[in-house]
Design a protein around this ligand. Structure first.
Ligand code: COA
Length: 168
């Protein structure tokens, strides 16, 4: 499938949130936030975040249909700004395994290379598909936090992963 990756801005806030809410419902394991918590974040806050961070969507070539999304943000502070965070990776079920996720992450990594020395992310330890996906892109797990995320009565371990982009 031919895929195009575009940067989303505040003008895309409604359609971005539609896809994100779908993900929070269908794949809660992929997110650190509950649907209710995410909904409580107002549209204005999300719009500002889209302009501040670097958030991209994979679109089917020739269409505006969003297949998936992912975000990059740079950490703040003199001592931390060499690092960036990959967040909100979500590809709609029908578009998994098509290369849409690769196109999103490659765009985020290419952008990150211009700004930071290394990337970090977290993934629920038993989210095997996501973990393999990140490993394929060079991310390495460096820590496991036991019982990091609570969902109802269940607690799940979370892996911290990182990717070095440059020696500087
Ligand atoms: C995580 C995600 C972005 C990965 O994108 P994707 O298009 O599904 O990725 P791929 O199809 O390339 O699959 C990644 C790997 O998992 C393997 N895989 C496929 N189905 C699998 C399954 N049911 N269980 C375990 N591994 C599976 C693939 O073979 C592939 O292995 P490889 O890297 O050795 O080739 C996507 O699955 C997704 O949006 N999941 C829901 C949200 C989520 O979990 N986000 C991550 C939050 S940290």
């Amino acid at each position: 499938m031919a895929i195009r990756v575009v940067r989303l801005t505040s003008a895309d806030v409604e359609r971005f949130r539609q896809v994100r809410v779908e993900g929070l419902r269908s794949d809660p394991i992929g997110f650190r936030y509950s649907e209710a918590e995410d909904a409580a974040v107002g549209t204005a806050v999300w719009a500002a975040r889209l302009d501040l961070d670097f958030v991209v969507a994979a679109l089917r070539e020739g269409s505006d249909e969003i297949l998936g999304v992912g975000g990059f943000s740079r950490l703040a502070g003199d001592k931390l700004s060499h690092k960036g965070l990959i967040w909100g990776m979500y590809v709609r079920a029908a578009s998994r395994g098509t290369g849409a996720s690769d196109a999103i992450l490659e765009a985020l990594i290419a952008h990150a290379r211009l700004h930071v020395r290394q990337l970090q992310l977290t993934v629920i330890a038993d989210n095997a598909r996501a973990r393999m996906f990140y490993e394929r892109h060079g991310f390495v797990a460096y820590a496991t936090e036991p019982d990091a995320v609570q969902q109802g009565d269940e607690y799940r371990d979370e892996l911290s992963m990182w990717l070095r982009l440059a020696e500087r």
